[in-house]
Design a protein around this ligand. Structure first.
Ligand code: DQA
Length: 146
């Protein structure tokens, strides 16, 4: 089965972006970490990043088609700031029924109040935040238990 790890806006800047909040590892490092986690469980990996909301919607639809075909292990979504704004992502997840873990590198609840609300959480199977980039590996390990 396949795991989709989808990263939203500004996550291409990992490593140089606010390292005190997000750490020093780059998105390429996270890709490698996810490859290693998927290899542990025999999952195929689709690791992607986009700064565009509609692209993320299209990828959730693609994961939904794999889900319908019984080929999806799950989606790990770090929607970045779209977490706090996007009804379109909420509708895509609801409309496809993909099993999804919402992920944040930082503990969003310890930050500004505008980061406390998520449009994704009501349609996520689980939410992971504050584990740093290690959370990606933990989320993939969790998918293997579903
Ligand atoms: C983030 C938290 C969001 O509030 C922020 O907009 C991001 C990254 C995280 O991984 O901690 O871009 O999703």
């Amino acid at each position: 089965k396949t795991v989709f790890v989808l990263n939203g806006p500004n996550l291409n800047l990992l490593g140089t972006r606010e390292p005190a909040v997000y750490g020093a590892q780059t998105l390429a490092d996270v890709d490698l970490l996810c490859q290693q986690a998927c290899a542990r469980h025999g999952f195929a990996l689709q690791f992607r990043q986009s700064n565009h909301e509609g692209q993320l919607v299209d990828w959730i639809h693609e994961a939904g088609r794999q889900h319908a075909a019984g080929e999806l292990a799950g989606v790990v979504l770090n929607a970045g700031a779209y977490t706090h704004t996007s009804v379109a992502l909420l509708d895509a997840i609801k409309g496809t029924g993909v099993p999804l873990i919402e992920l944040h590198i930082s503990n969003v609840h310890a930050r500004e109040s505008f980061r406390h609300h998520s449009y994704i959480s009501p349609v996520a199977r689980a939410v992971m935040c504050g584990f740093g980039v290690a959370g990606y590996g933990l989320a993939i390990d969790a998918l293997a238990q579903w």
